[in-house]
Design a protein around this ligand. Sequence first.
Ligand code: NAI
Length: 268
Amino acid sequence: MYNLLKGKKGIIFGALNENSIAWKTAQRAYEEGAEFVLTNAPASIRMGELDVLAKNTNSQIIPADATSIEDLENLIEKSMEILGGKIDFVLHSIGMSVNVRKKKAYTDPNYDFTQKGWDVSAVSFHKVLNVLYHKKAMNEWGSIVALTYMAAQRVFPDYNDMADNKAYLESIARSFGYYFGRDFKVRVNTISQSPTPTTAGNGVKGFDGFINFSEKMSPLGNASAADCADYTISLFSDLTKKVTLQNLFHDGGFSNMGVSDAVMDKFE
Ligand code: NAI
């Protein structure tokens, strides 16, 4: 370990169980010397698994529905109290599509579901940024990261309305990131991660085919949740201070591939 986050204070959203990308990131952040608060939606916290992570990382849990400004205000105020000062890093690792859950086709959604999924998966990031911004809660040279997927740029039919949510999320990172850079010298980026076997990932129809295809297409193979945690730590560290407003592909090279030998072999 490199003590990359020694003395840094953070908030980590979205650790549901040990497969979650946020869970691995919390473990890595702890190893690198950070102190942080863990948060998730009250219903997810009631499942109980987060207590294990909190214990193992010496951290406290504050419930917050990320679509509620009131919950976010409480979270950010309490986090600064617990951590004894402003925040250096924030991970937004939240996604959910009701249309995917209810198996609605992209071409025939329920628009109430569309709106709920958009609020949870994309607008929640705007709300988190809004509360951090107005409370002046970030330290200079802090870093904020949200997780996204390449369906924001290219067509992956079964990703459904999450593709649109991710496009919106990435745009928020740029748009709000400008104000964070200008006013607080804080960076805001999205990491576009390989398909990863988590609760959210496995919810995507045909996920096994999807992850195998991606593995065969990527020269370095898929990036795991643990790999994503490592990359995220680098973005929270002082080694990436001038990286902002970026959508950073963390996918073993998938996003620049046309076709690979391994995939061509299946068609010959
Ligand atoms: P996960 O299912 O472990 O995490 C999703 C989290 O969102 C859960 O902890 C859930 O409780 C939380 N959440 C849902 N509604 C919420 C709300 N209203 N307020 C607060 N939290 C809420 O799955 P995973 O894969 O770790 O997902 C993390 C992020 O990574 C998501 O943004 C996801 O879209 C993204 N991602 C995942 C990929 C994958 O293949 N698993 C690929 C690329 C990006």
